[in-house]
Ligand binder design. Structure first.
Ligand SMILES: [Ca+2]
Length: 299
């Protein structure tokens, strides 16, 4: 009898031990998960703080320094560390805080609202479109945005769409709206997303254009020379004219504009904080004018 009781007690002890082990393992795992979540949220918050700081630093430099490239060869007396790093053609530079920054001059992109036929045609033809295909696409893009329903020679108004119950007949609120335009392909849409903007005012400045657009405008070999000097930060207005043979005129002006988009990314551990904003700078704003006008802001 005594032996049996001892046996039951042993089983009970073993059972309790097993339950406690499972419980301890569960609690330990939960605690690990909680710590990981807390760490992620902490990193994310730190990333946001870093991004806010970087944004303020870059904006300060933009307000106070000339928007030029600076190389070791350039005779520049500025003390701005940011000016020594920056560029206006969307190439990443990294601040000491670890924040990665890209700035794109909007004047380096084609105007999505007021399409420049000759420039956009070169871009479309560079993608392999024939001259007539490019004309059709441009007319369709123009018809999509003009307010009337009168079809251009190669264009498409409401009656050519069939399945759509209406067409934009106004300026697109976002470039992605072009995906509904007749005969648009995902590839062409990507090209338009990359090379056009709704935020350009005034002249086109190919010195700050993306590689694809430069290839289309001046040919791959010439574009490569521009890209190389631009990356080395030795590209000046004069050098750009010499390399490309392009000259300034009523439509083209080789200076960085005050319409810029800026992307800031900060990766800490597993977290990734990101902000993208487009703005118009007014360094000489009068009293009642804001010095910066945010045109779009996405976290
Ligand atoms: Ca129309």
């Amino acid at each position: 009898m005594k032996f049996n009781q001892q046996g039951v007690a042993l089983i009970q002890v073993l059972l309790i031990t097993a339950i406690m082990t499972v419980l301890a393992l569960y609690l330990s795992n939960t605690a690990k998960e909680q710590v990981a979540i807390a760490q992620l949220s902490n990193d994310k918050a730190q990333g946001q703080v870093n991004i806010q700081g970087a944004q303020a630093e870059v904006l300060f430099a933009l307000f106070t320094e000339k928007k030029q490239l600076t190389s070791r060869l350039t005779n520049d007396t500025s003390n701005s560390e940011i000016k020594k790093m920056w560029n206006f053609h969307d190439e990443i530079f990294t601040l000491p805080s670890g924040v990665q920054v890209k700035i794109q001059d909007q004047s380096g992109l084609l105007n999505a609202h007021y399409l420049e036929r000759d420039l956009i045609k070169k871009l479309l033809e560079y993608q392999g479109q024939s001259s007539s295909q490019a004309d059709t696409m441009i007319d369709s893009l123009l018809d999509w945005q003009d307010i009337d329903n009168i079809k251009r020679a190669n264009g498409a108004e409401f009656s050519q769409y069939g399945t759509l119950d209406r067409i934009r007949n106004g300026m697109v609120p976002d470039i992605s709206d072009f995906k509904y335009v007749k005969d648009m392909t995902p590839e062409l849409l990507d090209i338009l997303l990359e090379n056009t903007t709704m935020f350009r005012k005034g002249n086109f400045n190919p010195m700050n254009s993306p590689q694809t657009l430069l290839n289309a405008l001046v040919g791959k070999t010439t574009a490569e020379r521009v890209l190389s000097e631009r990356s080395d930060k030795t590209l000046t207005r004069r050098r750009f004219k010499e390399i490309t043979g392009l000259d300034e005129n009523e439509e083209m002006f080789f200076a960085t504009s005050n319409y810029l988009s800026m992307e800031l990314i900060n990766i800490i551990g597993q977290s990734r904080a990101k902000r993208r904003l487009t703005f118009d700078l007014q360094p000489y704003a009068e009293q009642d004018q804001p010095p910066i006008n945010i045109l779009s802001n996405r976290d």
